[in-house]
Write a protein that binds this ligand. Structure first.
Ligand SMILES: NC(=O)C1=CN([C@@H]2O[C@H](COP(=O)(O)OP(=O)(O)OC[C@H]3O[C@@H](n4cnc5c(N)ncnc54)[C@H](OP(=O)(O)O)[C@@H]3O)[C@@H](O)[C@H]2O)[C@@H](O)CC1
Ligand SMILES: Nc1ncnc2c1ncn2[C@@H]1O[C@H](COP(=O)(O)OP(=O)(O)O)[C@@H](O)[C@H]1O
Ligand SMILES: [K+]
Length: 493
């Protein structure tokens, strides 16, 4: 379990920790940076250290001094005002001055060939969008060919939300202090942070403060599904129904159904809305294809996924209404969510239903459900996911880069698997089918959503590692890869 802390909690930890470790944390931060650089960059190389006007800049100043002492050529670009530096950073500036080395206020022209750039412009103190002047600095840094090591957070990235506030440094690595921040993991965070290196600064944050959330890794979901007994039968693994597949969108329901089947559901029946829908899936003849209404007459169903290719017809509304009235665990995706956003009576039914419900909105669907613009959802994904869970009392995933899994109780984690290979039509249908398969196998809503989201992303990562995609990865390919990843995550019997 990798803990994630809100920025305010990091501030609390900072004040608790200063007494615990008995040294200024900035010294430890600078030391951690210098140690990392020394183990990755040969001594004597030229390094650019950039410091801004807060304690993030102080970290860079400490690191610069230690690296200078260790024999590196350091260009120290200081973009703060000495008079207004916070006390620890002020001390770091004085210590740098004592080395007799200059502080640059502009990049040398032409820019030297640096081995690495250390970015200490802004950290968790960034509190508003960068103005044109600061954006120009970030642009200049990004234009340098050298890889960037961001301190704590890539400058310009909001540590809370992962939104770029005007412009942000594209780091190859981010050394983050004390604990992970949500913004490193979701939205624009992963693209800007690169590889994350944790520097706890001698603090055992966990023992000081309960984290707000977690980063979701394979280890967190390994073993959620128990190994199957030899004396098993299909009735033990759920009978999943998928409702959707209106005219022109039958494929969406097929994808969800195939995913449910290959991720272990005992039986899968599709309830298709298209009156001319095929009666058999020739690629996956194990699937049972029926009309949507028929599903409500099947006594054996243990779980329903509603939405893939559902459309918004009167028949779709009727089917959704019936589904919400069943006590079955439900997965609601795509147009099921859009209909709920449109129709207050359906929304009310959802908010008051007793059974397990898992919502799988992408940001636009989440925005419709909340009455927010999509951009507002993306501007604070964690807040949007929290608001959805509170409003509907459902477990959910807010999809996209760094998908947020949120329980109906407000427990959350941010997924670390996945890549842009998933940004293509049909991938959400597959995810809905995987969630349904796992609900059918008896997992709780929140466990099912975490395992499904992790598997879905890890399947895409597996394919990319094997040389497929990310451009052109198809949802169909993800299904088989997810099955293979699940095998590795299931407890051995
Ligand atoms: N917490 C910890 O445990 C530890 C923290 N440490 C380090 O401290 C960092 C946090 O330091 P910090 O609070 O001084 O904030 P930081 O990110 O340097 O920048 C704030 C400065 O920028 C300014 N400013 C803000 N937005 C702006 C904008 N858009 N455009 C222009 N200016 C803007 C803001 O000024 P304002 O104008 O808001 O008064 C302020 O001057 C943290 O990330 C980590 O690196 C480590 O030393 C050890 C452990
Ligand atoms: N850049 C990305 N990184 C990680 N996961 C992604 C990315 N883009 C899309 N995904 C995932 O792919 C799926 C796409 O779902 P959705 O947008 O509903 O697709 P569709 O409606 O076409 O089936 C979601 O699970 C989402 O989290
Ligand atoms: K930074």
């Amino acid at each position: 379990m990798t803990a994630v802390y809100h920025v305010e909690q990091i501030r609390t930890l900072e004040s608790m920790g200063a007494t615990q470790v008995g040294q200024p944390l900035m010294q430890l931060a600078g030391q951690a940076v210098a140690d990392w650089v020394r183990s990755h960059v040969p001594t004597g190389q030229r390094i650019l250290c950039v410091a801004g006007q807060g304690n993030n800049g102080g970290d860079a100043l400490v690191a610069a001094r230690l690296l200078k002492q260790a024999g590196y050529q350091i260009d120290m670009l200081f973009l703060g005002q000495v008079a207004t530096l916070p006390p620890d950073a002020q001390r770091a500036w004085q210590d740098w001055q004592a080395t007799g080395q200059p502080c640059l206020t502009a990049l040398p022209s032409p820019a030297p060939s640096y081995r690495i750039v250390i970015d200490g412009l802004f950290g968790i103190g960034l509190n508003r969008p960068l103005d044109a002047g600061w954006m120009a600095w970030v642009d200049q840094l990004n234009l340098l060919a050298a890889p960037k090591l961001a301190l704590d957070v890539p400058s310009g990235l909001c540590a809370k939300t992962g939104a770029v506030l005007g412009r942000a440094v594209h780091a190859k690595w981010t050394m983050t202090f004390i604990g992970l921040k949500p913004g490193l993991l979701t939205h624009d965070g992963p693209d800007h942070a690169g590889e994350i290196i944790m520097a706890p600064l001698g603090l055992d944050a966990h023992t000081l403060l309960a984290p707000a959330g977690r980063a979701l890794h394979g280890a967190d979901v390994a073993g959620l599904l128990a190994p199957r007994l030899r004396n098993s039968h299909k009735g033990l693994f759920g009978s999943v129904g998928v409702i959707g597949g209106a005219a022109g969108m039958v494929g969406a329901a097929l994808l969800a159904g195939r995913a449910a089947l290959k991720l272990g559901a005992g039986r899968v029946t599709l309830g298709l809305l298209d009156p001319d829908a095929p009666r058999v899936d020739h690629l996956q003849p194990e699937l049972m294809l029926r009309h949507a209404e028929d599903l409500f007459h099947l006594a054996h169903l243990t779980c329903l996924a509603v939405g893939p290719g559902l459309g918004k017809s009167a028949d779709a509304v009727h089917a959704l209404d019936l589904a919400l009235r069943t006590p079955l665990p439900l997965v609601l995706d795509a147009d099921a969510l859009n209909l709920i956003a449109d129709k207050p009576d359906l929304a009310n039914q959802l908010a008051t239903r007793q059974g397990t419900t898992v919502l799988t909105p992408h940001p636009a669907e989440a925005g419709r459900l909340l009455g927010w613009q999509t951009a507002a959802v993306q501007a604070d994904r964690l807040q949007a996911a929290t608001a959805l869970a509170e409003h509907f009392g459902a477990d959910l995933v807010l999809k996209g880069c760094g998908s947020i899994c949120m329980s109906c109780q407000g427990e959350w984690c941010i997924n670390t698997s996945g890549n842009p290979g998933l940004a293509s039509g049909g991938q959400g249908d597959v995810l809905a089918g995987v969630v349904a398969a796992l609900l059918g196998q008896g997992l709780s809503g929140f466990d099912a959503v975490q395992l499904a989201v992790y598997l879905h992303g890890a399947a895409a990562d597996k394919l990319v590692t094997e040389g497929l995609g990310p451009v052109g990865l198809t949802a169909s390919e993800i299904i088989d890869a997810a099955r293979a990843v699940l095998r590795g995550l299931t407890k051995r019997g």
